[in-house]
Every structure is written in C-alpha cells, then in structure tokens.
Design a protein around this ligand. Sequence first.
Ligand code: PCA
Length: 200
Amino acid sequence: MKIILLTGFEPFGGESINPSWELVKLFDNQVINDYRIISKELPTVFYESSALLLKYLKEYEPRIVLCFGQAGGSNSIRLERVAVNVNDARIPDNKGNQPLDELIDSNGSVAYFTKLPIRLIYDKLTDNNLPVSISLSAGSYVCNHVFYQLMQVIHDKDIIGGFIHIPYLNIQNKPNHFNMSMDELQKALDIILKSIIDYD
Ligand code: PCA
C-alpha cells in the first residue's frame, strides 16, 4: 500500500472551523486502488505546522502529499503553482507570532514549483463544472510557509506533492463571500485524488 498524506489546518482568524480540515478528515483511512489515505490536522502556527508536517513525512513516507488551507474570499479552488521563501503575516498566527519580511530559510532557494499535475487537475475539475483556478501565490502566511517547507523536502525526491487553497464553506456564514458546500468540496477532492493517482 502506498500512502497519500492529506493535511488541513485548524481554524484561525476568529473562525470556528477551517474547511480544509473539515474536508480532509472525511477521507482519513479511505483506500483508493493501492493507496491508503492518512489525514492530519496542522496548527495554524509558523514553524510548528511545518515541523509537524516534516515529522509525518518521516513517519508515513507518503508517495503523495496534498496540503490544504482556507483562502477566505476566494471564488475558486486554487491550485498553487509556487511556494516562496518568505514569512510576512497580515494577522498573528494562533500563537501570536507575526513575522514580517522574514525568510523562511536564510540559506534556502527563493521559490519552488509545485509537483502536482495542476493542469491535469484544472482540466478535470473544469470538466466537472467545479470552480478552479491556477494561482501564482499562496500568500505569505502559514499556508505558504508549510508549502515552501514541503517543497524544500520533496523537490528532489520521488514524492508528488503541493498545496491547494479552498474557499469558505457555506456553513461559515459569510453572506458576502463566495462559498462551497461540503458535497462539492468532497466531489472535488475525489477528482483531485483520482487525477493524481492516474498521473502517478
Ligand atoms: N489558511 C491560511 C493559514 C491556514 C489556512 O487555512 C493561509 O492561507 O495562509
């Protein structure tokens, strides 16, 4: 059995849920072909989040790693193309850290590309009438932070991985923002997983 590691974040910024964890936890322990899914929640905290992710990479040796985060206000599922070596927080994280203009790794590369087949995923989601876009930036908060350190570890290994942002869930009560239902998000994640498995 090969392992697919899915991660989502704990709520942040005053929210009581984070759609990324709500979504990936539903897939924990599912088996698709010869892949078994493990879902884990990451703290919305600089460095603690990535340290935990790196621990899971060692522990489970996944073949595929898909990290998810909430992008409130986004009107599509955002397939992130590039992770950048910067921490620059608009709001404090869940432990009060608010780094500004800081490098994640002072000896690290400026950026890494995703290793997900984003064009393939984009086409499959579009064919299924799900809102999707390819994004050039995951921001400079905790999601990009985790994405960068994931790519730093896997860029030269035989591991497929990357980061995807999702909009608010309809139950988050954001009448002025685009939102999606859990049914739609589950359908999207199903398609995403099958696309990556086909590609693998
Ligand atoms: N979204 C934030 C961090 C956690 C999350 O779900 C981000 O986009 O950085």
